[in-house]
Design a binder for this molecule. Structure first.
Ligand code: NAD
Length: 372
């Protein structure tokens, strides 16, 4: 089977979907791999680095035209879909909840489209879980970003010149990104507290040495996949009321709250930001899905009376090498898991639980019932 890896077309994208090590792994399976010329440019990887790993370096249109499988990061542009062969397996982020027309176009083109976001969060699929790999790095980067903007230091420092208390960090939303944010802030020596609507998180927060903020919101809980259930407007009001005091006391607030497939909940209001100390930093990690913080803007720093609200997109891409390696490993593990080693083909077993979750279109149809 021929696998093609195109370059990302979004100029702000620093990550590369497939690293040379993954090319070598795919070749070992018996696949032929071609990559677009300049694929690794943002990571200072040359075409020769990919050739050495065994890939053929080709022009974009030729790569698409010959591909049985396309591996990439961001969702395809319409022009790219037109270049795909019918029955091609296209594996990338798709943002299917917000891209109904794209999903329809992929179905109409007869493409088997795999959405990396829809890979189930099961133990067996962990190695392919790009949401987790990228969220981990995003959580780390949110903290280092806040640390560089803060005019204080994170750790307590006792020196002959005086004692500086540790910075206070408050993390709202403790999934993969939130846990990594807590761990990173703790490593830097901050005093950390955190809140999540899923009660199971309390133990995880405590195990990282942070304090869990308890708020009685009544019935909350999580879905079978482990995702948070949406709060009622009354519960959200209650949450905001409880969070306000903690935000006001904090030097850094990092919000990561998401409801899978929906707009992010608005947790920090403008009034809450106004009560914060000048010089404090808010990092809205949900800015790309609607924002947890009122007034946050994508890729902008908003100053509200000296409080900086950072709304940075593609946080994982700030550490592009690590993010690329992890995403590339996720893609490699996905192909490897379904590879028929005898016949050297991808086993598209649509009864498989992982594929049932993440194959969105196939055979000219929208297959996944959530998007039909
Ligand atoms: P996510 O990005 O969907 O959401 C981030 C966090 O926001 C979640 O912890 C969620 O509970 C929280 N949240 C939602 N509304 C909130 C609110 N109003 N206030 C505060 N917090 C709020 O989450 P994620 O990181 O993708 O993780 C989702 C689930 O998947 C978790 O249960 C995680 O443990 C699980 N998971 C499982 C595996 C696996 O078993 N393979 C891998 C990764 C994640």
């Amino acid at each position: 089977m021929r696998i093609f890896v195109p370059s990302e077309t979004d100029r702000s994208e620093t990550r590369v979907p497939v690293a040379p090590a993954t090319v070598a792994k795919l070749l070992k399976l018996g696949a032929q791999v071609s990559v677009q010329s300049q694929l690794g440019k943002t990571l200072h990887l040359s075409d020769d680095d990919y050739r050495k790993a065994g890939a053929e370096v080709v022009e974009r249109a030729n790569g698409f035209a010959a591909a049985d499988i396309v591996l990439r990061l961001r969702k395809p542009a319409r022009e790219d879909i037109a270049l795909l062969r019918k029955d091609c397996i296209h594996i990338s982020y798709l943002d299917p909840f917000n891209e109904p027309q794209l999903v329809r176009a992929l179905a109409a083109a007869g493409v088997t489209a795999v959405s990396m976001e829809m890979i189930p969060r099961s133990t067996i699929a962990q190695k392919m879980d790009a949401l987790s790999s990228q969220a981990n790095l995003a959580g780390y980067n949110a903290v280092t970003l806040a640390a560089t903007h803060l005019d204080k230091i994170f750790p307590m420092m006792t020196t002959p010149s005086g004692t500086i208390p540790p910075a206070k960090v408050f993390v709202i939303g403790v999934g993969v990104a939130g846990l990594q944010a807590i761990a990173t802030a703790k490593r830097l020596g901050a005093a950390v507290e955190a809140f999540d609507t899923r009660p199971v998180v309390e133990e995880q927060v405590k195990s990282l040495g942070a304090r869990f903020v308890k708020v009685d919101l009544g019935e909350t809980g999580q879905t079978a996949q482990g995702y948070a259930k949406e709060l009622t407007p009354e519960q959200l009001d209650k949450q905001r009321e409880a969070m306000a005091k903690h935000c006001a006391q904090s030097d850094v607030v990092i919000t990561t709250a998401q409801i899978f497939g929906k707009r992010a909940p608005r947790i920090v209001t403008a009034a809450m930001v106004e009560q914060m100390k000048p010089g404090s930093i808010v990092v809205d990690m949900a800015v790309e899905s609607g924002g947890n913080v009122e007034g946050s803007k994508l890729d902008e720093t908003v100053d509200v009376n000296g409080v900086k609200i950072l709304g940075v997109g593609n946080l994982a891409g700030r550490t592009a090498r690590a993010a690329s390696e992890m995403y590339s490993n996720n893609l490699g593990a996905f192909v490897d898991h379904f590879w028929d080693k005898e016949n050297k083909t991808f086993r598209l077993d649509l009864t498989n639980d992982i594929l049932k979750g993440c194959v969105i279109t196939h055979g000219g149809e929208i297959l996944n019932p959530q998007f039909k």
